[in-house]
Design a protein around this ligand. Sequence first.
Ligand SMILES: Nc1ncnc2c1ncn2[C@@H]1O[C@H](COP(=O)(O)OP(=O)(O)O)[C@@H](O)[C@H]1O
Ligand SMILES: [Mg+2]
Length: 179
Amino acid sequence: MQQAKAFLTTRQEDETAYIGQLLGLIINRPLVVALDGELGAGKTVFVRGAAKGLGVEGEQVASPTFVLLKIYRGRLPVYHFDFYRLTEEDDLLELGFEEYLPGEGAAFVEWAGLMPQLLPPEYLQVILERFEDSQGEGRRIWLVPFGKNASRVLENLLGAVTWRTDGALHKQQPRDITL
Ligand SMILES: Nc1ncnc2c1ncn2[C@@H]1O[C@H](COP(=O)(O)OP(=O)(O)O)[C@@H](O)[C@H]1O
Ligand SMILES: [Mg+2]
């Protein structure tokens, strides 16, 4: 059976980055990751972690809002898109971005939901949702796989996450992470 949708809960920025990092460590073939969630939800934080997991070094991964796409060199090329300011689908088609969706690497698309028609049939959807409860603020990270590869990646990701007895995320040292 394919992995169905799931969610993980984080309480801090570094925990969201850590989940992203685990995903980045797992990705070993081209994959499109479509991120959604309101401004400040943590999409860029997640992608920053994923880039680290994919071996991007020495570069500050920031929101590509004003340039639409940034490319980083990792184990696989990392394409970081932000569709927030895209108005016309044509903009993107003219720029030829569809060659990266999917391309040779890992593509992370912030605000993917604004241009759903640009997504390929197979991708991993990541929806970040802010919530508040008695413990304060947190993020629910919904993970929804479309297609076999995304399903496999999600299964591996869920298998790599560990929790403390109090329910908090257990951030392992990279050398201790078993994938
Ligand atoms: N659990 C959490 N996960 C991610 N970010 C968090 C969390 N709690 C607070 N934050 C804050 O929320 C903001 C997320 O920003 P960013 O990743 O740029 O959002 P987006 O790209 O979705 O607009 C950061 O300022 C970060 O410090
Ligand atoms: Mg952002």
